[in-house]
Design a protein around this ligand. Structure first.
Ligand code: WTA
Length: 666
């Protein structure tokens, strides 16, 4: 990569928060940035003080790069902070969860209900031989039992590791064995698009692959119970008779019998809270480790300020607890703030494409946090779905997971937010534990496509390949590699069982900073614009061009719903731009349109970025968390043998794309 990344796409729109929003915001004093920066340990300490401790810490931070310890000497419990303390403060009647299953079943839990259920479950885990430090894998659909399982583990000091419901038997076995889990918590199944995914059968397949450390499987009967009461629902493919005696235990046969009293384990600040696996584009999944006090501090502070959480809110983060977003912004951060939230089990298009908007209307959701891939899908489906619902309860919108294209941002703001809701575009990672770059909605004016500024107390800058801080040597605007150059409380503490890989992956490229793996630019006002993974940045005729910018230029065209851009090896230019384009519902592909889109990119960005190849497609290959698999598109574009596609949401998509590419080449 050459020294800096060229800043090509210009986006000049800027939106200040309304006076009304500012007046009621949890924070609206911009001096917070300087004061947090000048005493960042003091800033984080002020947030740690808002948590409930059995014993306060002795030392705020012990930092021996790359190993951080926060709030050492302290004793604390994450479940206590998410649940008990609200009940003890007389707020047990507050609704914690409004849970909707895909078939339409609804359950409401107050904080007092959660406390009862979590204690019974915690006692059941103990009866199954689980204690402090033991690892428990959780393989469930999004819903109360998934959150309860995480909280029950935290309560007794067991380490949870959630595996997204839908991963294969192979992936489960790999994760279970890597951490030596003693227990798997699962269900007979979950619903996705009206069909049952038989979770327990998949777990059985995983166990058949040899998982010697697993002693028990705890099974929640979800599909069986709802299936019986919901006429016409798909029948469960797993029933009680199939459980293996001694190993498999049904939830209602053990949990219901337990006492509803189970004291919280007093955990050290640095005791492990959970392991969550992330799959990089190469190598086996990394078990990212997060510990207790710092993680809670980071997630509770960011929840409160970024989402402006109030007692009057009905908050909905659409992420599944199989991902870090569900850990930090469904369970720990929001619940530490005593929020009322929606949990939804299923797909956004079941029974129809307005399901999300119906949920918002039904429950009066005020804050929505979702992903750009979902927003682009909603754009493709058309405005009529949200327009047909009352979304007037919404007051704040958030996104996470990928760079959001300016056009998708504007659509989100206008069609979903009715032009009145600030948008918080939040940049962070499984590894960072909590949001790192984001607007504070009562302070920062937003620009479509920019995650704006670091959260108070967080420090980020832009390096070149040699580790020079380009902001210092070059000034702004500038583009390059995003690094975090100061420790933060919710940072990962390592990779389970592989200290060397931890050093190598995050701390070896630069001697003095955490390398996030993303490219970013800082504009003339010091706003961060995330450009995607560095591996996704193209080098065309000696210029670094971000795939994200070309994608945004394409999506800017009125006929385009979504696009994925990659750099294809080229004899002369080094790389040439290849684009895969999904058109909006009513538009048909044509040669003229292809030329028009190529020209559109040239006009928006420059001739340099004009795609040499442009393909129309109905779908794009995505990982299960919704990220476009550019690596695979590169393989397809360059006619290579396909790489590992086991994490692909729909492998058929790739075959179709490949066929199209081969036709052209032939
Ligand atoms: C990308 C998800 C641009 C980025 C919380 C990061 C983003 C990776 C944004 C982490 C954003 C996440 N703008 N890019 N607002 N949020 N990313 O571990 O490439 O699933 O490194 O964590 O997602 O993905 P992960």
């Amino acid at each position: 990569m050459s020294e800096t990344i060229d800043t090509l796409l210009q986006e000049n729109r800027k939106f200040a928060p309304s006076a009304e929003f500012v007046a009621q915001a949890n924070i609206n004093d911009a001096t917070i940035y300087e004061s947090a920066d000048s005493d960042w340990q003091g800033w984080w300490t002020s947030w740690a003080e808002k948590l409930d401790w059995f014993k306060k810490w002795d030392t705020v931070l012990e930092w021996e790069q790359p190993f951080a310890k926060w709030f050492t000497g302290g004793k604390i419990n994450a479940c206590f902070n998410a649940v008990d303390r609200h009940v003890l403060a007389g707020r047990g009647d507050r609704v914690a969860w409004i849970a909707e299953g895909e078939p339409g079943d609804q359950r409401v839990f107050t904080y007092a209900d959660v406390l009862t259920e979590v204690q019974k479950l915690a006692n059941a885990l103990k009866e199954l031989g689980i204690g402090k430090g033991d690892r428990v894998c959780i393989y469930l659909g999004q819903g109360p039992e998934l959150c309860l399982s995480m909280l029950a583990c935290a309560r007794i000091g067991a380490v949870h590791s959630v595996i997204f419901g839908g991963f294969s038997a192979q992936s489960i076995a790999e994760r279970v064995n890597d951490q030596g889990a003693k227990l798997i918590i699962t269900a007979d199944g979950l619903w996705r698009r009206g069909k049952v995914i038989g979770l327990k059968k998949i777990v059985d397949d995983a166990l058949d692959l040899e998982c010697p450390t697993v002693e028990h499987v705890l099974i929640h009967e979800r599909v069986g119970v709802v299936g019986h009461v919901t006429n016409g629902m798909a029948a469960p493919d797993y029933d009680r008779g199939m459980a293996i005696p001694g190993r498999d235990v049904w939830w209602d046969e053990i949990v219901e019998l337990q006492s509803a009293e189970c004291a919280c384990e007093e955990m050290d600040s640095e005791d492990l809270l959970f392991i969550l696996y992330t799959s990089g584009s190469t190598g086996k999944p990394k078990g990212i480790m997060h510990t207790t006090a710092g993680y809670l501090t980071g997630t509770s502070a960011t929840s409160k300020l970024v989402f402006d959480l109030k007692d009057s809110d009905v908050y909905w983060c659409t992420a599944d607890c199989g991902w870090i977003t569900g850990h930090s912004y469904v369970v720990y951060g929001p619940m530490a703030n005593g929020v009322t939230q929606v949990l939804y089990e299923g797909a956004p298009d079941t029974p129809d494409k307005d399901r999300f908007w119906r949920i918002i209307e039904r429950h009066g959701v005020t804050i929505l946090y979702t992903a750009p891939t979902a927003i682009r899908t909603f754009m493709k489906w058309g405005e009529e779905y949200p327009r047909g619902c009352d979304l007037s309860s919404l007051r704040l919108l958030g996104t996470v997971g990928e760079p959001i294209n300016p056009e998708a941002w504007i659509w989100y703001q206008e069609v979903i937010g009715g032009g009145r809701c600030p948008i918080v575009d939040t940049w962070w990672q499984t590894e960072t534990g909590a949001i790192m770059i984001t607007p504070l909605p009562g302070i920062v004016s937003t620009k479509p496509g920019s995650a704006t500024r670091t959260f108070p107390g967080v420090s980020a800058t832009i390096y070149d390949e040699d580790g020079n801080d380009l902001v210092k040597t070059h000034g702004i605007p500038v583009g390059g590699l995003l690094v975090l150059n100061r420790p933060w409380p919710s940072m990962l503490r390592g990779i389970w069982g592989d200290e060397e890989r931890y050093r190598q992956t995050y701390w070896s490229k630069f001697s003095d900073a955490y390398f996030a793996g993303d490219g970013a630019k800082l504009d003339e006002e010091g706003y961060f614009w995330l450009l995607g993974r560095v591996d996704d940045i193209m080098l065309v005729s000696g210029h670094n061009i971000s795939t994200m910018e070309v994608e945004s230029a394409l999506v800017d065209h009125h006929s385009v719903a979504e696009s994925a851009v990659i750099g294809k090896t080229h004899d002369v230019k080094g790389q040439s731009v290849a684009a895969f384009v999904i058109l909006k519902g009513h538009v048909s592909p044509s040669e003229e349109l292809k030329q028009e889109l190529r020209a559109h990119v040239a006009t928006k960005i420059g001739a340099l970025a004009r795609p040499d190849d442009l393909f129309f497609t109905a779908e794009l290959p995505k990982t299960r968390s919704g990220k476009i698999m550019r690596r695979l598109l590169r393989d397809i574009a360059e006619g290579r043998v396909m790489g590992d596609v086991t994490t692909l949401a729909d492998p058929g998509v790739v075959a179709a794309l490949k066929g199209q590419y081969e036709d052209k080449e032939g």
